[in-house]
Ligand binder design. Structure first.
Ligand SMILES: *Cc1c(COP(=O)(O)O)cnc(C)c1O
Length: 355
């Protein structure tokens, strides 16, 4: 660190992303990306002619993309704001609504803690129950902004819309952000509730279910006044936040909804298959509703499993945190990748000798 660094940022602990391998080829199951390519329409949008257009700034209001998303989730355009990944819209929401502080679960998306520290927010951490489930009553009248990932990461546990509604109703004077990064894997969104509650903000991303993590597209859905707040902040900070190419790719992805729906069904099916195989090897885990499983083995520390898998060419995600150190989060890949993973884990756990 230089001696010029602003003292308020000197103790920042930045988000530690899953490893991006450069030295050798791994089967990459560590950052919940899709194992499948974007839809044909998206791929066709990457043309030489569109490359030439990159000399022009993108549309700061991303009108075409906002309109496409609004149509897909059945709200008005004034209820949608697309951003450069959902991480951006999360940050804007933290800036806009956490003047009284923020609350989130002890085991959830790690970026919330990073953002809370960056913006020096009064932070309340609410422990999940022993089985990692969330007790809605712990979230009643907290007197501060709340953010909940639903399904949660890294547990994959999902709360039904009536539970979310209960929490939103019990915090009438503060914004409740529901981060639906994994909603497309067979779950129901609470976006329809934005018309009933002016303090509900929902975020989603194109990074997981739409195979576009590298394009950086996310969005918020909420009451028009909330969207206006976020736009005010975005346009004071990074008005051209989504590249021209990504805006176009995003529109095409929305148009190809059927392609992605099929892939989500396929990923859920592979997840269920994987979980059955892992249980047969002695693993236990949460009932994940996302594109990953969260599992542990009674005979091996999580870190050992991650290390042994690495030696066999697989990257998975181990979190070095006391409460979840026995666990690993494993992204669901293709059928073939998961067959290979199960085979590797069979060798690691010694199950190949008994079968
Ligand atoms: C992956 C993820 C995000 C970030 O998504 P981007 O749109 O790629 O920024 C946000 N929230 C949760 C819970 C995630 O897992």
């Amino acid at each position: 660190m230089s001696r010029y660094m602003n003292p308020s940022y000197r103790s920042l602990k930045p988000y530690v992303p899953g490893e991006i391998p450069r030295d050798r080829t791994f089967i990459k199951l560590n950052t919940n990306e899709s194992p499948y390519p974007p839809s044909p329409g998206v791929i066709a949008a990457f043309t030489a002619d569109n490359a030439k257009l990159q000399r022009l700034y993108s549309d700061p209001a991303s009108i075409d993309l906002d309109r496409a998303i609004a149509g897909a989730v059945r709200v008005r355009q004034e209820n949608i704001m697309a951003t450069g990944g959902s991480d951006e819209v999360l940050e804007l929401a933290f800036m806009a609504y956490a003047a009284d502080g923020i609350a989130f679960a002890d085991e959830t998306y790690g970026f919330y803690r990073v953002l809370a520290d960056l913006h020096d927010l009064d932070t309340r951490i609410i422990p999940l129950r022993d089985d990692f489930s969330l007790n809605p009553e712990d979230y009643y009248n907290l007197g501060r902004m709340i953010v909940i990932a639903n399904p949660n990461a890294p547990t994959g546990l999902y709360l039904k819309p009536d539970v979310i509604e209960d929490i939103v109703r019990h915090n009438p004077d503060h914004v409740v952000v529901i981060d639906e990064a994994y909603v497309d894997f067979g779950n129901e969104s609470v976006i329809p509730l934005i018309h009933k509650y002016d303090n509900l903000l929902v975020t989603q991303t194109f990074s997981k279910s739409r195979s576009l993590a590298g394009a950086r597209i996310g969005f918020a859905a909420g009451n028009a006044a909330l969207i206006e707040d976020l736009e005010r902040l975005r346009n004071s900070r990074n008005p051209y936040d989504i590249s021209r190419q990504s805006q176009l790719a995003g529109v095409k992805a929305v148009e190809d909804a059927a392609y992605y729906r099929d892939l989500c069904v396929r990923i859920v099916r592979t997840r269920e298959w994987t979980m059955r195989q892992l249980k047969a090897l002695g693993f236990t885990g949460t009932d994940s509703c996302a594109n990953f499983v969260f599992v542990k083995h009674p005979d091996f520390p999580g870190e050992v499993i991650a290390q042994k898998l690495r030696e066999k060419g697989f990257l998975i995600r181990h979190f070095n945190k006391e409460r979840i150190k026995d666990y690993n989060r494993i992204t669901i890949g293709t059928e073939e990748e998961m067959e290979a993973l199960v085979e590797a884990l069979r060798e690691i756990t010694g199950h190949d000798k008994n079968s």
